[in-house]
Design a protein around this ligand. Structure first.
Ligand code: NAP
Length: 374
């Protein structure tokens, strides 16, 4: 493991913003990961006894503070995709286990699955980031989420310093949520688990999920009545490309906020004021499970719609104190974009302004989905 010092993190995040990491290393194997964590626990610098750890995948869902990260950044590049025969005796003819290293590109895994006729993660096409990030926030899109197909997660338990196999139940998946977001030592700021491999149970003859509005409209427009697995992947890629900014031109982390949930009473109140507001019953447990009777009683509302139609901020761009620019993307107001030297503080201030406007107009307190690293 090669350790570097004072490395700018801006180059490792899609926001292209942020200060330096005190220590930085890339790990490509479980042995190197152990070495990096041991260093964090007992750094050679005698003044410090342990260092905070930040695990970096694709850097596509974080905003690094201008002051940087006073700890060790471990860039997880443990890669590889393979069909797993470990659990094969437990499954029927139609299922297959596929495992991927945490540092593998998420979309490479989706492409691999679709190319091999395996159903389950096609709706999650073109999501930036790595395989290891998928269980952390239980990525989801267009009616599918990672938790539906994840069978096991292999991770280094940094407290016990041993590798563990976590079952789906152990991961406690929720809406864009899992234990990996919460289990962290409060004193050392070290995550309890660092994911190295994720295993998925995919299906050879699955059923496509095509009921989201954007997807239905795509197929209607193309006159495709019976889409294939490949058609669905292509549709999701095209929909996402049309809604998201060009990463080369803009700094961005995609959707900056979570779509909020409100009570049915609150939803009715908002509907009175804004009759076209889209809302959907929230499903309990694994949020997109096929058991749609398992509703929580709350309603998911479209924040992109609220920012656009209620707050009128879609495409808004402001000049910042640093001389940069921040704004919302013209095709999707949920996406914050930054350029021309905008700082993390500029983005944070702008996000607070959006939070304030949504609260003033609707009473809803929205939360960032993007992780703030400081
Ligand atoms: P959207 O399609 O405008 O949807 C807005 C909200 O309405 C979401 O909460 C979505 O739930 C819900 N919704 C829409 N159609 C629904 C249906 N037919 N049944 C049940 N719920 C429905 O959202 P968007 O912002 O353009 O994003 C498109 C998709 O990408 C969404 O599924 C969104 O969740 C996903 N996304 C995921 C991440 C992530 O994993 N970190 C980040 C950004 C966007 P769901 O959220 O449950 O789909």
């Amino acid at each position: 493991m090669k350790l570097s010092e004072n490395i700018s993190l801006a180059q490792y995040t899609t926001f292209k913003i942020g200060g330096k990491a005190r220590f930085f290393c890339v790990v490509t194997s479980e042995d190197e990961l152990v070495e990096a964590v041991e260093f964090a626990k007992l750094p050679k610098d005698s003044k410090t006894h342990s260092l905070p750890i930040l695990v970096l995948g694709g850097g596509s869902n974080m905003l690094v503070s201008d002051a940087g990260f006073d700890g060790i950044v471990i860039k997880n590049e443990i890669s590889g995709i393979k069909v797993e025969d470990k659990y094969i005796k437990d499954i029927g003819d139609d299922d297959l286990f596929v495992s991927a290293g945490a540092g593998e590109s998420w979309d490479n895994l989706v492409e691999y699955s679709v190319r091999n006729g395996l159903y389950g993660i096609e709706n999650l096409s073109a999501i930036p980031g790595t395989v290891g990030a998928a269980p952390v926030q239980n990525i989801g899109a267009y009616g599918a989420e990672a938790a539906q197909t994840i069978s096991n997660v292999r991770a280094l338990d940094t407290k016990m310093m041993k590798f563990v196999e976590l079952s789906k139940e152990d991961c406690k998946f929720g809406y864009r949520d899992s234990i990996f977001k919460h289990e962290r030592d409060l004193v050392t700021k070290q995550p309890r688990y660092i994911i190295t491999v994720v295993s998925f149970k995919l299906v050879k003859n699955g059923v496509l999920k095509i009921d989201y509005k954007d997807v239905r409209e795509y197929f209607d427009k193309k006159n495709i009545t019976v889409p294939t697995l490949t058609d669905l992947r292509r549709s999701i890629i095209e929909i996402r490309t049309s809604k998201l900014p060009d990463w080369k031109e803009w700094g961005t982390a995609g959707s900056f906020f979570k779509n909020p949930s409100v009570t049915v009473v609150k939803f009715a109140e908002l509907k009175d004021k804004y009759p076209d507001l889209p809302g959907f019953p929230e499903i309990g447990g694994e949020t997109n499970s096929s058991d749609s009777s398992n509703t929580t009683g709350d309603m998911k509302v479209s924040l992109g719609w609220i920012l656009d139609k209620v707050c009128d901020v879609r495409g808004l761009t402001v000049d910042t104190a640093s001389g940069g620019k921040v704004g919302t993307y013209s095709s999707q107001a949920l996406v914050i974009i930054a350029r021309d030297g905008a700082t993390a503080a500029d983005v944070l201030d702008f996000s607070k302004e959006l939070i304030r406007r949504v609260k003033d107009k609707t009473g809803i307190v929205i939360e960032a989905e993007v992780e703030w690293v400081c």
